[in-house]
Design a protein around this ligand. Structure first.
Ligand SMILES: *Cc1c(COP(=O)(O)O)cnc(C)c1O
Length: 370
């Protein structure tokens, strides 16, 4: 072999497998595989995107100034401490490259978001997956895994794909137990869906020190996954670092316009949140009645537990035969589960019916414990 060769760790990365979006032969596809939000994009975002179409020869504002001011106003935070990215994925990557690298360890929990592993490995770090308790990040285990080499700890809260939430007091205990030099990255992609009165997505901890970052995205509740917009709220030192390395024009013109408009769409988050609470509960209850285990979730999705990988596969194939796409999560170490996004009322009904029919075909499964 004499051709060009990538660093060996690159070849250990598995290319990201996104949620399917097409099924050969199905005339209607119900896509519940990527947590995209039940209602499509906000109408005002669609209009704002269209309105800048004739300006697309212009470079966008490289610093996403108007968008940062809109985010700052919405969340009551300083726009100077916000960095926008091409999805929060871009920012995850930059954090890994800037604070990780060869000789460093990056920590995440066992069933944490896979992007941390991919980006950390790409940066040259060793990425350690720390055991969880009841599919939930375990603060004692995470703290016990910290060494001199640890530079970043990623925590998605709520986590994808498990949907589990670490209570505020536990997140604070985690921060307090970490060395000052370790960057704690709180990924709150699903913050708007959380239904816990004391939940803090991360703003308090970012404000409390120099070493915590909060990541947010427009891809979930705001319905703009295709636009690729995410943001970080971070201490000044981290903002400075990210601004040195991010793509100079990383958030494109249409994306900035759409995101600003999405923030201003009246009642959008409230409506999405109320719908999600109602249908996450109803769909979960329907699956339980059908004999399928359902893990409690604080996101706009949940894990349906089929007890064995074979049953989960069979259920997945059955759903596909009915035009329903959900997410297999074997790559997350959960081969017995499927992750299902909460869709519209109609979509939830179709999934519930399909899975009830699936379970009826397998009488021996009807006793699977929740
Ligand atoms: C969907 C998701 C993201 C968002 O990614 P974008 O790049 O902003 O689309 C980040 N973190 C978690 C845990 C997610 O599930």
């Amino acid at each position: 072999m004499s051709g060009p060769r990538a660093r060996p760790e690159i070849m250990s990365i598995h290319a990201y497998v996104a949620g399917d979006s097409k099924l050969p032969g199905a005339n209607r596809v119900i896509k519940l595989s990527s947590n995209e939000g039940a209602f499509g994009p906000p109408p005002s975002a669609v209009a704002a995107y269209a309105a800048v179409a004739a300006e697309q020869h212009r470079y966008p504002d490289g610093g996403s100034g108007e968008l940062r001011r809109a985010i700052g106003a919405r969340f009551g935070i300083d726009p100077e401490r916000i960095v926008c990215g091409t999805g929060s994925d871009e920012l995850i990557g930059h954090l890994c490259h800037c604070y990780g690298g060869p000789g460093t360890d990056i920590l995440m929990s066992m069933h944490g978001f896979t992007m941390y592993q991919m980006s950390g490995t790409y940066a040259g770090s060793r990425v350690l997956k720390v055991p969880e308790r009841d599919l939930t990040a375990n603060v004692d285990a995470l703290l016990a895994a910290v060494t001199e080499a640890t530079t970043i700890l990623f925590l998605a809260n709520p986590n994808n794909p498990t949907g589990t939430l670490l209570p505020n007091a536990e997140v604070e205990r985690l921060r307090a137990g970490l060395p000052e030099r370790v960057l704690l990255v709180l990924d709150a992609a699903y913050a708007e869906y959380v239904d816990k009165p004391d939940y803090d997505a991360g703003i308090r901890l970012v404000d409390a020190g120099e070493n915590t970052v909060m990541l947010r995205t427009f891809s979930k509740v705001f319905g703009l996954g295709g636009m690729r917009v995410g943001w970080a709220y971070a201490p000044a030192g981290v903002v400075d670092v990210l601004n040195r390395v991010r793509g100079v024009f990383n958030v494109n013109l249409g994306a900035q316009a759409a995101a600003v408009a999405a923030l201003a769409e009246p009642g959008w988050v409230e409506k999405s949140r109320a719908h999600n609470l109602e249908w996450r509960e109803k769909l979960g209850a329907a699956l339980r009645r059908a004999g399928i285990g359902v893990h409690p979730s604080e996101g706009n999705f949940f894990l349906a537990d089929f007890d064995t990988p074979a049953r989960a596969n069979a259920a997945n194939n059955f759903l596909k035969s009915r035009g329903v796409i959900v997410r297999a999560v074997a790559g997350y170490g959960l081969p017995h589960c499927l992750r299902i996004t909460v869709g519209t009322a109609e979509e939830c009904g179709l999934v519930a019916d399909a899975l009830a029919a699936f379970m009826q075909q397998q009488p021996s499964l009807a006793s699977v414990d929740a």
